[in-house]
Ligand binder design. Sequence first.
Ligand code: CA
Length: 239
Amino acid sequence: MSARRILLVEDEPTIRTAVRDALRSQGHEVDDTVDGGEALRRATQHRYDLIVLDVMLPGVEGFEVCRELRSQGNRTPILMLTARGSEDDRVRGLSLGADDYVTKPFSVRELLARVDACLRRHDWGGGTAKLRYLKGEGLEIDLDRQESLLDGANASLTPKEVEILRYLAEHPDRVVSRSEFLTSVWGYPSGSRVVTRTVENTIGKLRKKIERDRKDPQVVITVHGSGWKLGEGIRPCDG
Ligand code: CA
């Protein structure tokens, strides 16, 4: 199974740590939080392949998180962690739109098996196809060879600038935040509190090379207060 992005919501530290480490040992990228409200925010801002969600949480409880996400039209698979022997919990979770549940206490092996099954059932497809070219707004970019043309002239993008475009193209139709860029493109540890304008500065330089009008960017669009997304006019293509 290829690496996926998983949101883990669990307030008990020992379980959270054990589950997080187990998922990471399988190569998955794991965000974790102890709080239902924070879970809702993250699940709304980012696209996850799976949410592992405890029922009993401080603040907004797991059922409410599940119900709210489904009412927003969010179809991300949800695996609930329910209390031992509580049939009510299981039925309630499933009726609110959870995909599966694991009963506490569970073994790490059992959990990983459920996670795999859940991911397999909800294979998004597409996510594994490797992007090669980006075209539009006067640009032709070969992501693998790192060759870039703007209106036929060499745009001379650096490898980092190409990686920014690749990352945006791999996560279409959503906003990529500064911290996500720092983690995914720059390789900072997840959750590190870095105060830096590296991302802004790099995107500023990138725009000088790829935007026909820097005052009106059409390729890397700023979403104020949130991050960046790829413009409508530039899309991946096969050749
Ligand atoms: Ca709990």
